[in-house]
Design a protein around this ligand. Structure first.
Ligand code: GBH
Length: 517
């Protein structure tokens, strides 16, 4: 009985795939183009551990979590994490097993420069990163290296971190050391990971370290000098290293998709656009637009509110004309991290908003649809169509010339090897991305799954998981074990196609999570 039903189902699926092959139905029919970059991503603080070994300096995450042990629900930190400092050969083996050609990792600034400054370069760190990069290349995996994935050296954090204008020069110094030491073998760099999340949650709020809570002031300083530091590193590379090293360098920005809560309410439609301008345009417009500088809308909004609030000057700093020019076009690709969608409605003020704050400046209330699957972190829901919409928004604003590389995308859950929700998530989000490429003509050149293996997930500690591989945090071996999503991703990479039926679901979870727009 059960098996005959299965036969019928197979027949139905077979006829569907015939349709698909003709391009008439289903997003699974598209094939990833030759040369499409498939990868997987990690970040130093989240996996390396060895927080004080071999002369490593402290990052602000080390310092913050040691002095705030209750910040994470499990009172954990990244002291050991997945122990990649010692187990990097295991990491490389599983990247290889996935069959991807690219691995995005980050360098820990305070591991390489224990004081943050370039007068003291750690020999063990140089040895470590060179070994990792060399072993990747030996395994035919191309490294993509992020310079800053949130682990600011503590001595600089004590001086204000990104809010201190001099950090621009110190970041450039760090970048120079990295290009000098690794640029012969690293050909793709990203300067910053998600300046928006970093500044909004760490300088504006207290969701992330350094938890400064300088709403509406600190976050704009952070944004401003992070952007300038990015441009400084870009031009350093472009002028002094690119001629010989011949690589690419860009930035990674993040965005939720902003869906109007009520799509027939003009206020909500405006709110969604306002949200995207404030939270993505603020970073993307200075770099990727033809005009450069902060979006006019953001400029006016923060200037006007600042004046009303009694400030003599805008809380959002101004770029000089030279700085506008130096930022404009300062990225060889648009690195995009995307995870989830929020519903947007207009609001003048909410109890949870400080005044001033970026929230208040934005004037948008965020919700998620309770019908959307919510498999892990509280901010995370599954809404695949948002991915395609977001890619289109970026393409419409900044043009098709700039290649988009998805530098992170993945699902949050609470763990387990049989991660059907993650399998579905990758299938569905990749299908949306393929439609953005083939139907909408967006210029997407690569995709990096977040993340290779379970890691230290910032605010969530080890309670929520994003890994394709399970890591046994109870064992000193930190054994890595593939989840179903790893097997599924490997198949996508191997066949350059999404096969929605590759992982057979047990009937209890057979219902599909697919959401149609
Ligand atoms: C990425 O950003 C990171 O690059 C990566 O290190 C991390 O592990 C991964 O995502 C998964 O979280 O913005 O007020 O709604 C993290 C993005 C940060 C987005 C926290 C949601 C919730 C607070 N997330 N944020 S809020």
């Amino acid at each position: 009985m059960a098996s005959s039903r299965k036969v019928v189902l197979r027949a139905v699926l077979a006829s569907l795939s015939v349709l698909s092959a003709r391009g008439e139905s289903g997003p699974g029919n598209y094939t990833f183009p030759d040369g499409f970059m498939f990868g997987v991503a990690t970040a130093a603080y989240q996996i390396e551990g060895a927080w004080n070994e071999d002369g490593k300096g402290e990052s602000m995450w080390d310092t913050f979590l040691h002095s705030h042990p209750y910040y994470t629900p499990d009172h954990s930190n990244g002291d050991v994490a997945a122990d990649s400092y010692h187990k990097y050969m295991d990491d490389i083996a599983i990247v290889k097993e996935l069959g991807v050609e690219y691995y995005r990792l980050s360098i820990s600034w305070p591991r390489l420069l224990p004081n943050g400054t370039d007068n003291n370069i750690s020999k063990s760190a140089v040895r470590y990163y060179r070994k990792v990069i060399k072993e990747l290349i030996n395994a035919n995996i191309i490294p993509v290296v992020t310079l800053f994935h949130w682990d600011m050296p503590t001595p600089f954090m004590d001086l204000g971190g990104w809010a201190n204008p001099q950090i621009v020069n110190y970041f450039r110094d760090y970048a120079r050391v990295a290009f000098n030491l690794f640029g012969d073998v690293v050909k793709i760099w990203t300067t910053m990971n998600e300046p928006h999340q970093h500044c909004y949650n760490g300088y504006g709020g207290d969701y992330f370290a350094p938890a400064i809570k300088s709403h509406g002031v600190g976050e704009y300083l952070c944004i401003h000098y992070m952007l300038l530091a990015h441009a400084a590193a870009y031009h350093l590379y472009d002028e002094e290293f690119r001629p010989t090293q011949k690589g690419k360098i860009g930035i990674t920005l993040d965005a939720f998709w902003a869906k109007p809560k009520n799509s027939s309410n003009p206020d909500d439609i405006e709110a969604a656009e306002r949200y995207l301008q404030m939270h993505l345009g603020t970073f993307a417009h200075p770099i990727f637009s033809k005009q450069g500088d902060y979006p006019e809308f953001v400029r006016n909004r923060v200037d006007t509110l600042s004046l009303h609030q009694g400030y003599t000057r805008s809380r959002l700093p101004y770029f000089t004309p030279e700085e506008v020019i130096s930022l404009r076009g300062s990225s060889d690709f648009f690195g995009l991290n995307h995870y989830t969608t929020f519903l947007m409605s207009s609001s003048n003020s909410e109890e949870s908003w400080a005044v001033p704050s970026m929230d208040y400046d934005t004037g948008v209330k965020l919700d998620q649809d309770p019908k959307w699957l919510k498999p892990g972190s509280d901010w995370f829901s599954v809404y695949p169509p948002g991915f395609r919409k977001l890619i289109n928004w970026i393409t419409n604003k900044y043009g098709k010339e700039i290649p988009i590389i998805i530098t992170e995308n993945g699902l949050s859950d609470f763990g387990g090897i049989n991660d059907y929700a993650r399998v579905d998530y990758y299938n569905e989000y990749l299908a949306q991305m393929l439609q953005a490429m083939y139907v909408d003509g967006c210029n997407i050149q690569g995709y990096f799954a977040w993340t290779l293996m379970d890691d230290f997930e910032w605010k969530d500690g080890y309670t929520s998981k994003f890994g394709l591989y399970h890591v046994d945090f109870n064992s000193t071996k930190r054994t890595r074990t593939p989840k179903l999503s790893a097997i599924n991703y490997r198949e996508i990479v191997r066949t350059k196609k999404i096969n929605f039926d590759f992982i057979e679901k047990p009937s209890s979870s057979a219902q599909s999570n697919r959401i149609k727009d």
